[in-house]
Design a protein around this ligand. Structure first.
Ligand SMILES: Cc1cc2nc3c(=O)[nH]c(=O)nc-3n(C[C@H](O)[C@H](O)[C@H](O)COP(=O)(O)OP(=O)(O)OC[C@H]3O[C@@H](n4cnc5c(N)ncnc54)[C@H](O)[C@@H]3O)c2cc1C
Length: 482
């Protein structure tokens, strides 16, 4: 496959950010348009992934972890990126997640709001064939989810009964019924990072038409090094091909979709460094908890994570401390008590965190193309959230017949989300890209993905990553977004 001539669109990476962008761009581009994906990894089919399952993801060598606390970042470098290893939890962000500053005088507002994104959320959910609760949702919806919600467990049913406005079936890209794309129904075996039956949405099993489109070329083993710039315009991308040779690909519009560890480095290597490039590395932080049930048996759900508790999510407490989303799990973690094995509920509380400039990504001294992730500490806002959670959750779970409630003290080392390092905003002095993820100075360069998130709301990010890419591509190629 020869890479030659000028492409209408060149995209680095093939994860959520890149592929959803191209999906929308193709809807607007003419029949003779040319689109090029440059992907550092290889195409690894689901069958091959199953064969290789003993092997670890080759992400360790690709970045330097200089965290000052117990912290790690994981990702997948191959066609489809993190969709190959994600858990497929897909809540939307809540409308007030976009307005923390106006509502609670905390952090900043996003330069885009929920209403502007709502139609694009629907589209992303349709493409991923999300299963979720349409009649009872924590955020406004203009149309139903494409799939019915998953079946609750018995403890979930009791939580719904006790707090109907605060507890919902978890929206997820693990199908509850037959899908348009032929993906299997979720097998509920609880090993979603590598789905045994290829049920959860991945770029490979759900976005095939993008790569099969005759206008699209996919080059694998193409390690993008920088943006080729001339007089403030992106002319294309500089990359190392599979033979290690440095090459250039020319394009009219350039998209970086290499995730929030790599995108800031690509900007720095392109001479597009700035006060916020690489700053503000952030993600949510979780602690887990246990409820020992009394006479209630668990694990009847039809997927791995079945419930979403919004008891600590939105509301006035966010002026003082982080909001949090609670997941109830259906993966059997049994109680250590003969005859009462199933009388246990394991849950996870996911707190938001705030960007802080001293948490950052810089080039590694050993290899400038390798990111060095320096994470010093979480915000006081998140820490205060942990402290406030115990009493409130104990009250919630006491509505169930229980023997014991406990909440862990130690946050997990990772939520597996990488965010904040190419932040979006209206002011070029304090942000890298605008509300459509277009670079403030280079107006034909898009920097996509959760690097642009100005805050790290409790909701998992990938549905919003896909949504922002649809919104951005619609603006750039269709000129229809406001
Ligand atoms: C175990 C695990 C579970 C997760 N579960 C969830 C979940 O349930 N819900 C959720 O919302 N999120 C989840 N995530 C996070 C989710 O995977 C990421 O948010 C998402 O993949 C980010 O999408 P992206 O397209 O921005 O980046 P990525 O998916 O990381 O894609 C980046 C792409 O760029 C390529 N690339 C990287 N560098 C270069 C380069 N220099 N040149 C060319 N190509 C390059 C990569 O190969 C990849 O194709 C999980 C992550 C992990 C690891």
């Amino acid at each position: 496959m020869a890479i030659e001539g000028t492409y209408d669109l060149i995209v680095a990476g093939t994860g959520f950010a890149s592929t959803f962008f191209v999906h929308k761009a193709l809807a607007h581009l003419p029949a003779n348009a040319r689109v090029l994906f440059l992907e550092r990894g290889q195409k690894v089919s689901h069958a091959q992934q199953l064969d290789d399952r003993g092997k670890r993801l080759p992400y360790h060598d690709m970045y330097e972890n200089a965290a000052k606390i117990d912290k790690r970042w994981r990702f997948n470098v191959s066609v489809g990126g993190g969709s190959n290893c994600w858990w497929a939890c897909t809540p939307r962000m809540h409308p007030e997640d976009f307005e923390l500053r106006s509502k609670y005088k905390v952090a900043v507002d996003w330069p885009v709001n929920y209403d502007q994104l709502e139609a694009y959320y629907c589209e992303a959910e349709d493409l991923m064939e999300i299963a979720g609760p349409s009649d009872s949702s924590p955020f406004p919806r203009s149309r139903p989810y494409p799939q019915a919600p998953h079946r609750f467990t018995e403890p979930d049913k009791l939580l719904k009964q006790a707090t109907p406005d605060k507890f919902f079936a978890q929206p997820c890209a693990r199908p509850s019924g037959p899908t348009r794309t032929g993906r299997a129904v979720c097998c509920a075996s609880g090993v979603c990072h590598l789905c045994p039956v290829d049920s959860k949405f991945t770029i490979l099993n759900g976005m095939g038409p993008v790569f099969e489109d005759p206008r699209v070329t996919l080059a694998v083993g193409a390690h993008v090094l920088s943006v080729d710039l001339e007089g403030g315009t992106a002319k294309g991308l500089v990359y190392r091909d599979h033979n290690g040779r440095e090459q250039r690909a020319a394009g009219d519009v350039v998209v970086l979709g290499c995730n929030a560890l790599f995108n800031p480095l690509l900007l720095k290597h392109s001479g597009l460094d700035g006060p916020q490039v690489g700053k503000g590395l952030v993600e949510q932080v979780s602690i887990s908890g246990n409820v020992l049930l009394n006479g209630v048996k668990n694990f009847q759900g039809s997927t791995s994570i079945t419930g979403h508790g919004y008891w600590l999510y939105n509301g006035r407490h966010r002026a003082r401390h982080a909001g949090a989303l609670v997941e109830t799990w259906n993966v059997p973690r049994l109680r250590d008590l003969r005859g009462r094995w199933r009388e246990r509920l394991w849950f996870k509380v996911i707190f938001e965190d705030l960007r802080q400039d001293f948490n950052e990504v810089v080039p590694s001294e050993s290899d400038p193309y390798k990111p060095k992730a320096i994470f010093k500490r979480r915000s006081n806002y998140a820490q205060k959230g942990f402290r406030a959670a115990k009493t409130r959750l104990e009250r919630v779970f006491s509505k169930l017949p229980i023997d014991e409630f406990s909440l862990g003290q130690r946050p997990a080392a990772s939520e597996e989300h990488i965010m904040g390092t190419t932040v979006m905003g209206s002011d070029p002095a304090s942000s890298v890209v605008d509300q459509h993820m277009v670079h403030h100075k280079v107006r034909n360069l898009v920097v996509a993905g959760s690097g642009v998130f100005p805050t790290a709301a409790p909701a998992n990010p990938s549905l919003t990553i896909a949504t922002l890419s649809l919104w951005s591509a619609d603006k750039l190629f269709g000129n229809s977004a406001p």
